[in-house]
Ligand binder design. Sequence first.
Ligand code: SF4
Ligand code: SF4
Length: 336
Amino acid sequence: MDLSTALHIDRGQCRALGQVAIRLPLRRERLMPPLPAAAGEETEALHWIIATAICQQTRTLDGVIGGKRLRGSDYLLAALRQHLADHPGRWTPGALLAWTEEELRSAVSDGGDPATSTLDRLEERLRLLRGVARHLLDAHRGSAMALWRDSDRTVADLLARLAPMEAFADPVAKKSHLLLSFLHERGLWPLVDPQNLETAIDYHVMRVALRLGLVEVKTPELRRLLVDQVPVSGEVDSALRLAVRRACREVVGTTPGLTPFRLDHLLWMVGRNCCFYEHPPVCTTPGRCWKMNICSLLESIPHDCGLSCPLSCVCRGAADEGHRTLRETAFDTHYY
Ligand code: SF4
Ligand code: SF4
């Protein structure tokens, strides 16, 4: 398949999305709840690196933490924060190297009981976690903050310093850009060139970008792979995600005030709520969304959605079934 002709970025559609995105609010504190002050910046930076490193394929995660039902990566982050608060001594690179599958399951469970954990891909996640700990010990004196201090604080240099770790080896750098965005926004790793951050492209963002029509699929062959969820190669997955990343850069670049972080959050939230993979997009029943009680979008993007997708006014998929039936790539990976 000639991937160079199979994908086309619709710049007009990118500009149109930017005009909608910039009007939607963002509640930052919902995205990045701080750790207890006693944790200190070293532990907090380590927490973000580890949480991002093992945050892939989180579909199995669903439970109640702190009295609140959470799922997916929200659950992972809250569970790890809870574990850190309960066992601060286990959050050093040296201690992380000794974590077992049982400790990882305990760290990602409702109340610390490993038997109740729904975390999967344990061997893979443990390998990624230990890889981070090993690299910090070998290359950065066992310090998450030293990785940033050793850099020139540019996006490019920090990406290069993260890349030797398997967890951050993605050619599209989804986890790396997300991590740098989090740490920059939290003021832990301030960047001198945050304008060079990119939107972090995962399966939710991919699906929504395709349905919006930011990236048009030009060949029946690629369309069939996406609609029928036929497993694709890493080359196809990367090409599609890079095209979506370029489209997101176009959205941000043509919309004053919009950042990749903000756009990423909007597309991701729409993807895990209104436009989730497990059910038809909510625009098929405008004004009658049934997910109000489990919707996580409205917590961080507070507005009156009117029980309709906030992007339906600009989305090609809202009116066209051909766009609406597109899906993300079927690709088994730890990159996202
Ligand atoms: S309640 Fe609104 S924002 Fe949430 S999924 Fe439904 S339509 Fe989307
Ligand atoms: S309008 Fe429909 S297809 Fe488009 S992003 Fe929203 S839910 Fe998905």
